[in-house]
Design a protein around this ligand. Structure first.
Ligand SMILES: [Zn+2]
Length: 199
């Protein structure tokens, strides 16, 4: 089991937000040195926690539309349709549901004309109904690290105790802080504001 601490989680959070962020900037934000950040990143790479540095492309700038595809089909046809859909470039995620109304739910992205034409590109035998709903706003949470993980040991920024269960994550002045509870978070923020007022 890989063990991560506060600094690892902070570094990962920074890199997830922007994988090109400089070690200088990360070190400054995490109140540590550049060599420390570098050695932590090297370790995370070595352990395979960071598998690759990737980029996020803003689909809207490229005229790429996202939509949800709902297919209601006869039970016997679901696996065939699933296979056909998986072969389409526009299909990014696909779920076979236990719902009788929508047997297949899929997230599709690409050129709108091609998305709308999906129903002409697959065999519609035994398909009762197929709907395409375009997405207005997408919100995905999957890129943040789940803090309540047995491989992560976090220390509370206020009381210094090990955080049991899910940590409270709070960004103050561009810095990430973790707390064991909202009481500690509140106390920390009070102290911090007082310090700021004095400065
Ligand atoms: Zn605490």
């Amino acid at each position: 089991m890989i063990e991560l601490d506060n600094l690892d989680v902070k570094i990962l959070t920074h890199l997830q937000g922007n994988s090109r962020k400089s070690f200088q900037e990360i070190a400054r934000n995490c109140l540590t040195s550049v060599p420390t950040v570098k050695s932590r990143v090297d370790r995370l790479l070595e352990l395979g926690v960071i598998s690759k540095f990737t980029i996020d492309i803003d689909n809207s700038k490229l005229g790429i539309t996202e939509a949800i595809l709902l297919v209601n089909a006869k039970p016997g046809a679901v696996s065939r349709i699933t296979e056909e859909l998986k072969g389409l470039e526009e299909v990014k995620e696909l779920y076979v549901t236990s719902d009788s109304d929508a047997a297949i739910v899929s997230r599709v992205a690409g050129d709108m004309q091609r998305i709308l034409a999906i129903q002409d590109r697959i065999n519609l035998t035994d398909v009762n109904n197929i709907r395409i709903i375009s997405v207005k706003n997408a919100f995905r949470k999957d890129s943040t690290i789940p803090l309540a993980s047995s491989s992560i040991t976090l220390t509370c920024a206020y009381c210094d105790r090990k955080v049991a269960g899910e940590a409270v994550r709070k960004k103050i002045d561009e810095r990430d802080y973790f707390f064991c509870c909202t009481t500690c978070q509140g106390e920390f923020e009070r102290k911090y504001t007082k310090l700021l007022a004095k400065a």
